[in-house]
Design a protein around this ligand. Structure first.
Ligand code: ZN
Length: 222
């Protein structure tokens, strides 16, 4: 997808989107192999290594987009993320019950809310297929990721995201900012893992639409 196509797709869902050059942002970071491949969630983390790629639910992004609905597929996704040079992770938060259900993406995927990627009240005609829910619980999932060598992080506080960053600049990311929360979708990851970028970004938009009122995106280009 070109940046312009992403803008059009988002505008079609009622969003406002702008394209911004990486030279016009001052907080873009290079991804490091010590960094967690972690959720797009903008809340502060219990973990220090924030210079890894941000994806929908961390490892769950890869499993869900592959249509891997069992623990075996999640374990394989965890190993593939590590083999690709990132620290695999999933997360919960400090108030969900059970805590591992504190990942909004996992919760939506698990409860079948992403089985259709159409905007609320809109048509799914011409949109990519949705995501069938996993057959395991949040606790089973986070346990499997840890057993395969991944990390579990706890996010704190309330969602206060004001925008979505869709980052197309290969091997870069943005760290969570407690004073100015944003969802960070490092979209370059899709291609790296053989995931259809259009389907991935449609799932990202649908996730944000179901979680909050944010309908504003900045698309970062090289
Ligand atoms: Zn999450």
């Amino acid at each position: 997808m070109t940046p312009q196509e992403i803008v059009q797709a988002l505008e079609g869902r009622g969003w406002a989107a702008t394209i911004v050059s990486r030279s016009d942002v001052d907080d873009i970071l290079d991804v490091d192999s010590e960094g967690l491949m972690k959720c797009v969630d903008g809340r502060p983390s219990s973990h220090a290594a924030m210079n890894g790629p941000k994806t929908l639910g961390g490892v769950y992004a890869i499993a869900s987009m592959r249509g891997a609905r069992d623990l075996e597929g999640l374990t394989q996704a965890t190993r593939d993320v590590a083999a690709a040079g990132h620290v695999p992770s999933v997360h919960g938060d400090d108030h969900a019950q059970p805590p591992a259900m504190g990942c909004g993406y996992f919760k939506l995927w698990k409860t079948g809310k992403l089985a259709d990627l159409a905007p609320e009240g809109g048509s799914s005609e011409g949109l990519p297929p949705g995501l069938e829910p996993p057959r395991y619980s949040a606790e089973e999932g986070s346990e499997a990721v840890r057993a395969a060598g991944g990390e579990y992080e706890t996010l704190t506080g309330a969602h206060e995201e004001q925008e979505v960053i869709i980052n197309l600049v290969d091997s870069t990311t943005f760290a969570p900012n407690a004073d100015s929360q944003r969802f960070v979708v490092d979209a370059w990851v899709a291609e790296k893992f053989g995931v259809d970028p259009a389907r991935y970004l449609t799932a990202a938009a649908k996730t944000v639409e179901l979680l909050c009122e944010v309908r504003k995106a900045r698309i970062i280009v090289d």
